[in-house]
Design a protein around this ligand. Structure first.
Ligand code: SP5
Ligand code: ZN
Length: 345
């Protein structure tokens, strides 16, 4: 399988994130992509740099004021104080219910809160460049499918599925899966399906397509009653307006065993089949792995073969987008197992 990879991902390397009131090392690290790169190269997959510019697609997925903020956020932060070059900005105030989000505040931290869903998504000097390269990879993968390729993989980081039209969150800034889906629509696919198998509900992707019938979103994830992102991902979220019936959430309790997970995957695949999609985007989070340090499902390394084989049975042109997965040393093996089983099916 052709794999898109940009070395620019290393520019997004924040040191710390908050966990229970303390700063801890970031789980979402450059080492993740390095392990993925190493393993897919070792297994003979072809690596390519992104070839497409995602700027026009990003403008269709994200709000222009959010994109403008993200692109210039670091220079805005430095403009406050040159000493900020060595400091990570974190939001500390958010426009929750009854507060206004239509007026962009003049205060940088207030703007950062306006455009964030959590304080767990650290932003650094190279975040925009790394995230943009990931979106370019997603656009490149869609272009490859339009040219007749069966599948492509985007070894992207930072991940994307928590990022909504106008906010970052959950280590995500630009929604790469949404970019791929929109690019596939633009290249002539009448119906696209996004299947999100990350441990965490893909709230950003869901919200971006919630009112649309042309892009079905199906997600299999830890129950948001106890798992991040907490405030979205319940089973009764079915879409709205024209999009009613085109969103399916399959939340599973933390601790769910692999066989139950694969039964839910079958249900997800059935819904994708019923959509009669022309192409599939897989938000490939690998934090369902038993050894993941922040998640509570128990897929084994071998189970990722089973996942790749099951997805291949859908028989659809498929873009795989790397999302989460924080057992970095096993991430490459788990990702490559999905791709190899898909290729061999
Ligand atoms: C893309 C993706 O997988 N994003 C996940 C974002 C999760 N953010 C919350 C992290 C909470 C860390 N909890 C640490 C528990 C250690 N026992
Ligand atoms: Zn995740």
């Amino acid at each position: 399988m052709i794999a898109f990879f940009s070395p620019l991902h290393v520019l997004h390397a924040p040191a710390n994130e908050f966990f229970r009131g303390q700063l801890v090392p970031c789980f979402e690290s450059p080492a993740r992509a390095a392990f993925v790169l190493e393993e897919i190269a070792a297994r003979g997959h072809e690596l390519r740099a992104p070839t497409a510019d995602s700027r026009d697609l990003l403008a269709r997925i994200h709000a222009s004021r959010y994109l403008a903020f993200l692109e210039s956020a670091w220079s805005q932060w430095l403009a406050l104080d040159p000493g900020n070059a060595a400091v990570q900005p974190f939001p500390s105030v958010w426009p929750v219910r009854t507060l206004r989000s239509d007026v962009e505040p003049g205060n940088f931290i207030a703007r950062l809160g306006l455009y964030s869903m959590d304080n767990g998504t650290p932003l650094v000097a190279g975040t925009w460049a790394a995230a943009k390269a990931g979106a370019d990879a997603a656009a490149s993968a869609a272009r490859l499918l339009a040219a007749g390729e069966r599948s492509a993989f985007c070894a992207t980081r930072p991940p994307g599925h928590h990022a909504g039209a106008d906010f970052m969150g959950g280590y995500c800034f630009l929604n790469n899966a949404a970019v791929a889906a929109q690019a596939l629509r633009a290249s002539g696919c009448a119906r696209v399906a996004v299947l999100d198998v990350d441990y965490h509900h893909g709230n950003g992707t869901q919200s971006i397509f919630y009112g649309r019938a042309d892009v079905l979103v199906v997600s299999l994830h830890g129950d948001p009653r106890t798992e991040y992102p907490f405030y979205l991902g319940h089973a009764d979220e079915a879409g709205e307006g024209e999009g009613l019936g085109f969103n399916l959430n399959l939340p599973l309790p933390a601790g769910t065993a692999a066989d139950t997970w694969f039964s839910a995957l079958d249900a997800a695949c059935s819904r994708v089949e019923r959509h009669r999609a022309d192409a599939l985007v897989v938000s490939l989070g690998l934090d369902t792995f038993v050894g993941d340090p922040i998640s509570k499902f128990s897929l084994s390394t071998g189970d990722f073969h089973r996942l790749g084989a099951r997805l291949a049975k859908l028989g659809l042109p498929t873009v795989f987008i790397l999302e989460g997965g924080y057992a970095a040393a096993e991430l490459g093996i788990n990702a490559a197992n999905v791709l190899d089983a898909f290729d061999q099916a």
